[in-house]
Design a protein around this ligand. Structure first.
Ligand SMILES: [Zn+2]
Length: 363
């Protein structure tokens, strides 16, 4: 295996190349993070306020670092009148639930839990995990749908998301959020009715074109990612700010501080490393190195303590919730990348090309 001499990526990362000094193409051509500008963000907030809706914005919170920080920004810094919500994906950790409670208490905002049938949810996770090696896709699709649904019910003009530039390039090459692909995978599921799948999806025919149209016509709220507009504190500073202002607590048992809101994250990350040869954290540590947040030595140390090669401590809990055995897990890690890629939405592919052309015209 070949390692980049600057970051932690190896030659298993998709489309990566190395120069003579052994520096990877992600490091030689780093996508410099340039904030879009606070002015633009303020304009978006002003226009949201001018709609005179019951709430200026919907802030989905998971109890994790990024979404809690967004809530802090929205309420304490930008003084927005917000509604908060959490999609109960059935895998929320205790510490995440406590953090959600503390954040609501600290800000005094209204919060709603959005839920789906938990038996159906578990059956769906079980099936996609077994057959596609992943739970996150099904969870992402449902989370997004629930967020749009809550925004729609309350006529909230914008949704503030905690997506962070640090997570750039940490996704798998498969289109796991593609609804057509998801429906194709679910075709082979016994014991889950079509009606149940439809209810799980809420918007079963959503594709990128429809999504764009709905946002344009105001049927759906516009999604805004504030962390892409402003200069951000480092990961550590962000933790300190929300500890002080939001009563937020970190999971001290794990050095890595993202995604501990989900009890399945260590297991999905373990599987991901087996299937793709790189895990979620390696990508984010590498971004942190490129953004000069930590040194390569510190990142290597964090990565070593993650112990990605061994099964995570809580994996039995997740397996038993999903009615899976150790033998099932052995089969899950043998799923191959891009297995269902030919069953993704043609409309989404077309839309992606359209967007590329649009970006090129805009220069
Ligand atoms: Zn590199």
């Amino acid at each position: 295996m070949r390692y980049c001499t600057k970051c932690l990526l190896t030659d298993s990362y998709p489309k990566i190349t190395f120069n003579e000094e052994g520096v990877c193409s992600m490091c030689t051509n780093p996508k410099q993070f340039k904030p879009l500008g606070e002015e633009k963000l303020l304009t978006i907030f002003e226009s949201a306020k001018s709609t005179n809706a019951e709430y200026d914005a919907l802030v989905p919170i998971s109890g994790g670092k990024d979404s809690t920080y967004i809530l802090h920004l929205a309420v304490n810094v930008y003084k927005l009148n917000v509604l908060t919500m959490t999609y109960d994906n059935g895998l929320l950790s205790d510490i995440a639930l406590q953090n959600i409670e503390s954040a609501i208490k600290a800000t005094g905002v209204k919060h709603v839990f959005s839920r789906t049938n938990s038996m159906v949810q578990n059956k769906i996770y079980r099936h996609t995990f077994l057959h596609a090696g992943d739970i996150c896709g099904a969870c992402d699709i449902a989370t997004k749908a629930h967020i749009f649904k809550v925004a729609q019910d309350h006529k909230t003009p914008i949704i503030l998301l905690g997506t962070s530039p640090l997570e750039n390039d940490s996704f798998v090459p498969d289109s796991i959020q593609d609804i057509e692909r998801f429906k194709y995978i679910m075709k082979s599921a016994d014991g889950i009715a079509k009606k149940e799948i439809k209810e799980f999806l809420i918007y079963p025919n959503l594709n990128l074109l429809r999504l764009s149209y709905y946002k344009h016509t105001g049927r759906f709220a516009k999604e805004v990612q504030p962390l892409f507009y402003i200069d951000n504190p480092t990961d550590r500073q962000m933790g300190e700010i929300i500890t002080e202002h939001m009563g937020w607590r970190e999971d001290k048992s794990r050095e890595y501080s993202k995604h501990f809101d989900c009890i399945a994250e260590p297991l999905t990350n373990y599987v991901r490393n087996k299937i793709y040869g790189y895990d979620r954290r390696v990508c984010q540590y590498s971004n942190m190195i490129r953004y000069n947040e930590i040194t390569r030595e510190k990142a290597s140390e964090l990565f070593r303590t993650d112990n990605i090669e061994s099964k995570p401590v809580n994996y039995q809990r997740v397996l038993s919730q999903l009615n899976l055995t150790d033998e099932n897990l052995d089969a899950i890690v043998k799923n191959s990348p891009m297995k269902f890629e030919k069953h993704t939405s043609k409309m989404n592919k077309f839309f992606a090309i359209l967007m590329k052309i649009k970006m090129r015209i805009k220069g």
